[in-house]
Design a protein around this ligand. Structure first.
Ligand code: NAD
Length: 522
């Protein structure tokens, strides 16, 4: 039997610096509203990306532990489904209030484990919190439809929870992405298994603590840990009805196929190569600042990072000016005042990014700004790579074909808007795309013709708020993007439709002879 222990619960107990933790505490699981120590024999060391100091060890949860989490969720489901929507809404209100109260603590965990700056980590939490806030409106969102389809007969539609659902999360938004699932799935009456990224599960663990405090009954939210084996367990576990995945194409395409083959619903948001077309008539100052922020913020580790610049016409000469703006950004430990970007997630990620920059050089591109070898004085051991701008890139280069997922902006030149649209549409990814122009006609054409899920007009990172849905396109979503995250489609994903047709007529008015033809209600 696994031992249970408590965890820090005061909002004031959280790290505020990258100092070495003297005695790192192993990450626990969360089952039945209890923090549970794993009996795993395999553990993943988690290092602070700014220092490479050990922060914690994350277990590869055992098959028995993962099964126990699913059983807990299964056991909790009937009563949670039967709990009134008003009662579930009340718990969601409390959950929202607690996330706000623990906002800094959640952000600190993200800065320590993921590396992004504290201000950016607060944004990570806020974007997830907004999903929870929107989920509080469930009482008007989940209503069905009704029509009197014939005399004394009506059809009503309902949305019912699916049962146990699971989320498999990436490293880059440790609070926002678990919160794309937890609020909507639970407020609809489902119970959940969350597998956070093994690289930064801390924020999810805090969310679990807050969920229990908010009044979620035991078993409604459970957390297991691990990598590929834990994922395979989720994909093959018959009790799990639906899977929400966010992450790379490599993992996501496999997950989509295997889970679908097992009869599960899957929503899967994958990788990206977000292009931005810059027109000569744009507000140059706004465009350069917006592009620099969106390319290098979070060290480029956002699925909506602006990683590819399409310089139209005379804007081909703007790369050096952009480099001047990028040079002004401060790369530092995320807890440091004024830090604009932190490290990348791991030494392996840094090496991969550096290799991609080297490949661009070899294949004939121009390195306008080189972030290789840069490091802040105070943190010599982190996974540092400064803002990098590569100009004169062409479509056949490796740095264009691969998602870099680091603070690297590749720039391609095209003569006209038509060429820009063609280039962007030829790319296999279609997550986000932006255009900078002062012309309404140009913007409208771009918006209509571009094949990307999320379009920004003078907006570099057009991630929709939760009253809309996150609408990737092409290779950036699995399954053709039918099941998108949050908004109305998110609610549909976590519910099963049921229609009820009823007939109420006084007995003496009902015919005494059976009718055998297909009923048409006419
Ligand atoms: P990742 O695919 O490596 O990991 C995501 C999850 O999948 C993790 O929980 C991990 O344990 C699991 N996983 C990894 N490899 C696996 C395998 N071989 N088999 C089974 N499971 C596996 O992704 P990441 O590096 O954590 O995140 C970065 C990626 O996520 C980028 O490609 C980024 O574009 C993408 N992303 C997309 C969105 C979006 O909404 N489109 C949002 C955030 C991140």
């Amino acid at each position: 039997q696994a031992a249970t222990t408590s965890t820090a619960s005061s909002p004031t107990e959280y790290p505020t610096s990258h100092e070495q933790i003297s005695q790192p505490i192993d990450t626990q699981m969360f089952v039945d509203n209890k923090f549970v120590s794993s009996k795993a024999d395999q553990w993943i060391d988690l290092y602070d990306p700014a220092t490479n100091n050990l922060v914690t060890r994350v277990p590869q949860s055992t098959q028995e532990e993962m099964k126990a989490a699913v059983e807990s969720a299964q056991k909790a489901f009937p009563a949670w489904k039967a709990t009134s929507v008003l009662a579930r809404q009340q718990i969601m209100f409390k959950f929202v209030a607690l996330i706000r109260e623990h906002w800094d603590r959640l952000a600190a965990s993200i800065t320590l484990e993921q590396g992004k700056t504290f201000a950016d980590a607060k944004g990570d939490v806020l974007r997830g919190l907004q999903v929870a806030e929107t989920a509080c409106g469930i009482t008007t969102q989940i209503t069905g439809e009704v029509l009197e389809v014939a005399k004394d007969m009506e059809t009503r539609s309902y949305r019912e929870p699916l049962g146990v659902i699971a989320a498999i999360c990436p490293f880059n938004f440790p609070a926002m992405i678990p919160l794309w699932t937890i609020p909507i799935a639970t407020v609809c009456g489902n119970t959940c298994i969350i597998k956070p990224s093994e690289r930064d599960p801390g924020a999810t663990m805090i969310l679990a603590e807050l969920a229990a405090k908010a009044g979620f009954p035991p078993g409604v939210l459970n957390i297991i840990h691990g990598s590929a084996k834990a994922v395979d367990f989720i994909l093959d576990e018959p009790a799990i009805k639906a899977i929400s995945f966010v992450g790379s194409n490599k993992a996501g395409e496999y997950i989509y196929q295997r889970a679908s083959a097992n009869g599960k619903r899957v929503q899967a948001n994958l990788g990206a190569k977000n292009h931005c077309a810059v027109l000569p008539d744009c507000n140059k100052n706004h465009a350069l600042n917006a592009i620099s922020g969106a390319a290098f913020g979070a060290a480029g580790q956002r699925c909506m990072a602006l990683s590819t610049l399409v310089l139209v016409g005379e804007t081909k000469d703007w790369a050096p000016e952009l480099a001047e703006r990028a040079k002004e950004l401060s790369m530092n430990g995320g807890f440091e005042e004024g830090a604009d970007l932190g490290p990348v997630i791991s030494p392996q990620a840094r090496e991969r990014i550096e290799n991609l920059i080297a490949s661009a050089e070899k294949e004939g591109a121009t390195i306008v700004l080189d972030g290789r070898g840069q490091k802040p004085e105070k943190y010599p051991n982190g996974n540092w790579i400064g803002p990098t701008i590569i100009a004169n890139v062409t479509k056949d280069m490796t740095c264009y074909k691969e998602e870099i997922f680091g603070p690297v902006l590749v720039c391609l030149n095209v003569p006209t808007l038509d060429d820009a649209i063609q280039l962007i549409n030829d790319n296999e990814y279609g997550n986000g795309s932006a255009v900078f122009t002062r012309s309404g006609a140009t913007a409208t054409r771009f918006q209509k013709e571009i094949e990307a899920g999320q379009v920004g007009i003078n907006v570099p990172i057009p991630v929709p708020l939760p009253m809309f849905s996150f609408t990737g396109n092409k290779k950036s979503v699995a399954g053709g993007g039918a099941n998108t995250f949050y908004g109305k489609p998110g609610l549909q994903f976590y519910t099963q439709q049921k229609t009820v047709t009823s007939f109420w007529r006084s007995e003496d008015a009902v015919s005494t002879r059976a009718k055998v033809n297909m009923p048409t209600h006419s």
